[in-house]
Design a protein around this ligand. Structure first.
Ligand code: 13P
Length: 252
């Protein structure tokens, strides 16, 4: 099964017109893209329905967030079902920026995963440690706690609709990338955890992406690790030229 995925997370960037332009460029360059890499992008939420109608067929749409609640009196929220009805295939859950600035605690992450599973929306579950934790050498404990909490009670996943992103917080938007060795070690550790939970056959089917200052100049080295199946790309996903170089690196 194909594990390679490169996903762009635009965060709060781009106008709708700029988003359409990006999609057009991706469509024009479609023939250059490797066929063994799934390409995903998470634009700002207000554009999702419009982009679902105009995006090239080789780009999968993701939402940067999803509500923890269902249909009802929840002002400002949008449900997993709504996203599915708009042609969105995945939601990012537990991104460190959501955890830090918007109260997405471990228990909120659990609720969001449940809503996605119920609605048939794919999940990109993000995890990652702070610099202090990395310095203290307790990063594996933290990732293990985050993932065990998020996946508690889940006995199996559909590997086509469930992706893990490891994003060390100290590497996000800082220009400081985890070394290929640091990323490789952590990804192998995460796959082992998934194996303990779901069995090693299933764990071997799940894509584990690296995120944090991943760019054309370091993508090949990071993706050379057996357990690094691609990337969740912030800044370098904003322009198609860089993003496509990263996609090509994931297919090598
Ligand atoms: P950067 O690639 O800008 O460091 O962002 C990574 C990220 O947070 C993707 O979700």
């Amino acid at each position: 099964m194909m594990r390679n995925i490169v996903a762009g997370n635009w965060k709060s960037n781009k106008s709708i017109n700029e988003s359409r332009e990006w999609m057009n460029e991706m469509s024009e360059l479609a023939s250059e893209l490797p066929s063994d890499v799934r390409v995903m992008v998470a634009p700002p939420t207000p554009y999702l329905a419009a982009l679902a109608e105009s995006k090239p067929s080789n780009v999968i749409l993701a939402s940067q967030n999803v509500s923890a609640t269902n249909t009802g009196a929840y002002t400002g929220e949008y449900t997993a079902e709504m996203l599915v009805s708009c042609g969105v295939s995945f939601a990012l859950i537990g991104h460190s920026e959501r955890r830090e600035y918007y109260g997405d605690s471990d228990s909120v992450v659990v609720e969001k995963i449940s809503r996605c599973v119920e609605a048939g929306l794919g999940v990109v579950l993000c995890c990652g440690e702070q610099l202090e934790i990395r310095k203290a050498g307790t990063h594996e404990d933290m990732i293990s706690a985050q993932l065990n909490y998020a996946l508690n009670g889940i006995t199996d996943v559909d590997p086509l609709n469930f992706v893990i992103a490891y994003e060390p917080i100290w590497a996000i938007g800082t220009g400081l990338t985890a070394s290929a060795e640091q990323a490789g070690e952590m990804h192998t550790f995460i796959r082992k955890l998934l194996g303990e939970k779901f069995g090693s056959y299933r764990a071997g089917q799940i894509s584990i992406l690296y995120g944090g200052s991943c760019k054309p100049s370091n993508a090949s080295e990071l993706f050379a690790n057996e357990d690094v199946d691609g990337g969740l790309i912030g800044g370098a996903s904003l322009n198609t030229a860089d993003f496509i170089k990263i996609i090509i690196a994931a297919g090598e």
